[in-house]
Design a protein around this ligand. Structure first.
Ligand code: OGA
Ligand code: NI
Length: 211
């Protein structure tokens, strides 16, 4: 992540608080962005991506009429890039806690690939049975995206008209997981991103305590 001033973060988080979402362009420095893109290709070549599911870990079902993306969960011990991304999410989590007075305690994130023709129907990221997702964080990785390629993130804010957000390379979008309905429009090209969630309880605790 590049270095941004406190007042810059303040204005971004103000937008997140007021509008339920914020868009930050050119988020990563060029070196880290390149590493991310290279690793994405390596993981694809190794066949690491699997069909995404819906619902919490205990009730996961693959429902292709609702979503048809492929994902790979990132673990900080998997490699240098994974550990750098872990540090980035940790820094972001701490910034959100500081500026938004939240007490986020963990995060989870995966690479996502939407093959040509795939989509994710309108939904909220907070599931009924597992309500610990607080802030959704998506970084897009599509260098040559153009109008007509599809795959836009369509959001439905409470106080605004729906808005479509192009999945442009190095664009970061953050939104409130429980408040902002959204969908991924049919993608006419292979669409790549990192998608993560800031959690208010450690992810693993949920499998022990339930809700
Ligand atoms: C999700 C999601 C949006 C996007 O994974 O829950 O809504 O733009 N992703 O990739
Ligand atoms: Ni979502």
């Amino acid at each position: 992540m590049k270095t941004y001033s406190n007042s810059q973060w303040d204005s971004w988080f103000e937008s997140l608080a007021v509008n339920d979402y914020v868009i930050i362009d050119n988020f990563l420095g060029a070196d880290l962005l390149q590493l991310v893109k290279d690793e994405f290709v390596i993981l694809e070549q190794k066949g690491c991506f699997g069909q995404a599911a819906i619902g919490s870990k205990n009730e996961q079902k693959v429902i292709q009429e609702i979503r048809s993306d492929l994902i790979y969960w990132i673990n900080k011990n998997d490699g240098i890039l994974q550990s750098k991304l872990h540090d980035l999410f940790l820094a972001l989590k701490n910034l959100i806690n500081k500026h938004c007075f939240l007490s986020l305690s963990d995060f989870e994130f995966h690479f996502a690939k939407y093959p040509k023709g795939s989509f994710y129907k309108k939904h909220l990221d907070q599931f009924d049975s597992r309500s610990n997702r607080m802030i959704s964080v998506i970084l897009y990785l599509n260098k040559d995206w153009k109008e007509g390629y599809g795959g836009e993130l369509k959001i439905y804010p409470t106080n605004e008209e729906p808005n479509t957000i192009a999945p442009l390379q190095n664009r970061l979008v953050m939104f409130k997981s429980d408040a902002l309905p959204h969908e991924v429009l049919v993608s006419n090209f292979e669409r790549k991103s990192i998608t993560g969630w800031m959690l208010h309880q450690p992810a693993k605790l949920y499998t022990i305590v339930g809700k």
